[in-house]
Design a protein around this ligand. Structure first.
Ligand code: LLP
Length: 435
């Protein structure tokens, strides 16, 4: 067999995925319909276990907040971060208790909307304050509590400018030069600052993450002996492409452990070390399965149009994010030659393309030749996939399925049309008019 033929045979094998964690993709699609998010529970359990050296793994549920996923995270020993009243309610519904030491649920935000302030006061949920106004508002309603401070260290980094959460262009956190003022306001309001938290961005890298330790050490020292916990925030990258490097967790932990030990020595008491990842825990567990509904030629390009769009997975259109795509074909995979194709969805908007670079530039991907009925599997979609989906074009939110204990479990049924229009109403005076 010539070399090029062998190369393309092995490339084809990599692009064919007939199973997810032992479950046949075509069968999953037949049972649950498409588009459908499929999550492998074992991957989530493994990712939490990878981080076991940290005292607390606090899952940033915004990445994937289905109740069954939060429950799975809880059963695997991780605690949870919530950024809204809705996310606090999800954590409670999934079985976390509101109070405890360490706090099972932490509300991290830059503001309280009125509902979230009411809820944290009512349930005594721990608050990680990202603004001085939050300190004032919580202190007024619930003096005597412990709080932590989310600090903007003056630098940040993310996989996209839109996910960089540090520096002067970011709205996040209490500006590092205002830490003294924040502590003064907390004291005045009768709140005790028991921890320091920094999150510089999502999808960052080791080089930038390593700089955070020094910043946290400096801020914790400035706050003083009331500090009993530090948080490294989230931001751990995952490998979306084979060229991405994987993060060395042991080395990362060692940096933080040294920081924590220095603080313990300085304070003369234990300091808890927390980490707050979202993507690292759920991204690789999730697959978006979507059916090819049309294959068309536009000029020299071949487009595979599938039944999922940016209403289901917004990362490509929002950030030009790359997701691996593989195929579960109808029939024999070996009969499919490779070709270059653009993969797009059903939405009435040109940006509805999964194979695009940041800036909206449409790219092609090498994929097996497709026909209607084939399934495409968009991989590494378990973080910020379903969680960022919408009803744009009046499309229903997809179904979600969890693979655990050898079975597929429906963990969210697909929305119906009635679900989509629930809560909408035509004013009484307009009813019956017109044609
Ligand atoms: N902690 C805080 C305070 C955060 O704001 C975030 C993410 C995390 C933890 C978790 O970050 P992770 O470990 O997942 O990188 N939609 C974007 C990501 C936005 C992240 C927002 N905050 C995306 O799809 O890439």
């Amino acid at each position: 067999m010539p070399d090029t033929q062998q190369r393309s045979d092995s490339q084809l094998r990599n692009l064919i995925r007939t199973e997810i964690a032992g479950h046949d993709v075509q069968q999953l699609a037949a049972e649950f319909g498409t588009p459908v998010y499929v999550y492998d529970a074992a991957t989530i359990a493994q990712r939490i276990a990878d981080l076991a050296q940290f005292d607390v793994v606090r899952y940033a549920q915004k990445a994937c907040s289905n109740l069954a996923i939060i429950d799975l995270v809880r059963r695997n020993g991780a605690l949870v971060d919530s950024v809204s009243a809705g996310e606090i309610r999800r954590a409670l519904a999934a079985g976390y208790s509101p109070q405890g030491e360490p706090p099972p649920i932490v509300y991290t935000a830059d503001i309280f909307d009125r509902a979230s302030l009411d809820l944290v006061v009512q349930h005594d949920v721990h608050v990680n304050c990202g603004s001085i106004d939050m300190i004032e508002q919580l202190g007024e309603r619930a003096p005597g509590r412990n709080i932590t401070l989310r600090i903007n260290p003056g630098f940040g980094h993310g996989h996209s400018q839109k996910t960089n959460t540090g520096g002067e262009s970011s709205k996040h956190g209490i500006w590092h030069e205002r830490l003294g003022l924040a502590c003064g306001r907390a004291e005045y309001r009768g709140l005790s600052v028991t921890g320091v938290h920094v999150h510089i961005g999502s999808g960052t890298d080791m080089e930038h993450l390593a700089q955070v330790c020094g910043a946290v050490e400096k801020f914790a020292t400035e706050v003083g002996r009331s500090v009993t916990s530090i948080s490294a925030g989230g931001g751990l990258p995952i490998r979306y492409t084979e060229d991405d490097s994987s993060i060395d967790i042991a080395a990362y932990y060692a940096l933080w452990d040294q920081t924590r030990n220095r603080l313990q020595d300085a304070f003369g008491h234990d300091v808890r070390l927390e980490i707050e990842p979202g993507r690292y825990i759920s991204a690789e567990s999730g697959y978006l399965v979507t059916e090819v509904r049309a294959v068309k030629q536009i000029g020299d390009r071949t487009f595979y149009l599938v039944d999922a769009g940016f209403n289901n997975l917004a990362r490509p259109v929002m950030y030009g994010a790359y997701h691996p795509i593989s195929m579960a074909p109808v029939g024999d995979p070996a009969s499919r030659p490779l070709q270059e194709a653009v993969v797009g969805g059903p939405l009435c908007e040109s940006g509805d393309i999964f194979t695009q670079r940041e800036g909206g530039y449409v790219c092609t991907r090498t994929l097996p030749a497709a026909q209607v009925g084939d399934m495409l599997v968009i991989e590494c979609a378990g973080a910020y996939g379903f969680a960022m989906s919408s009803n744009y074009n009046s499309k229903p939110l997809a179904a979600e399925v969890l693979l655990s204990d050898g079975h597929p479990h429906l963990i969210r049924r697909r929305q119906t049309f009635d679900d989509i229009i629930r809560g909408e109403q035509i004013p009484a005076h307009a009813a019956g008019g017109g044609k």
